[in-house]
Design a protein around this ligand. Sequence first.
Ligand code: WAQ
Ligand code: MG
Ligand code: MG
Ligand code: MG
Length: 243
Amino acid sequence: MLETCYSIRMRAAERSPELGEKHVSGGERIGSKSQIEPIVTQLLNKASNHTRGDADFIQITVEKISNDQIRYMLPLEITTVETTSIRKAHGEARRILASVGVSEHALDVAFQLLSGNQNLRGAIILNSKTGIRLDERGLKGVRVSRIDWQDVSVNLNERVREALALASKVANSPFTIAELCWSDDPDYVTGYVSNHDLGYVRISPLKKEGCESGGRIFFVSDEVELETYINYLEIVPVLIRRD
Ligand code: WAQ
Ligand code: MG
Ligand code: MG
Ligand code: MG
């Protein structure tokens, strides 16, 4: 029998003269009772030593979840594309996303949103054909939560481990056409495109070193049931298993 599990979430923000509340960092984990303390410590460290700023506000939320709601899934396969310029990397990402049905217009909208946003806390949901934004969350976006590895000793660094788990959860919804992501952290220029058929395709460099723009776009099909989709992303607990 499984032990009771807990969802442990963190968000950190800084007071900024230009942006008001500036998003610094977020994190979402799942653990048993005895793992709460080390996970809280890890999330506090993540919030406190961040290249986006010095947090003025850190919130940690711990919630019990029902084990019978946990879904188990495999991680997407990782591949890596390295290019010699941001222009080429964007071209590669666009070509791959177009090949799975994202329209040129939706791609224009997506790249504009990620290039122009320096303070996005969650993901933006876009119709993959029309490029129309479907969530009404503004800068908050939709935060994928209740996601972790079943066994965190997986041989990947923290950033890739988190991103791969998130992308695998997102790709597992029948409404997801694809995802585009790059970090809002100024020191991290690798991003990815992903879906169930493509796997997790890392692409570099998607932005200039030092730049704080970034975020996530979930491209969805016309059939999307938005409430069901957002509930899946935010609430349904998912553990990624290695095999
Ligand atoms: N749910 C939805 N959107 C999120 C979440 C989440 N749980 N976490 C982050 N985002 C959005 C939000 O808009 C952030 O500003 C943006 O994504 C970037 O988050 O080398 O580090 O955590 O394979 O800065 C990808 C490549 C790294 C890793 C992505 O993103 C690799 C990264 P960050
Ligand atoms: Mg993250
Ligand atoms: Mg400060
Ligand atoms: Mg970040």
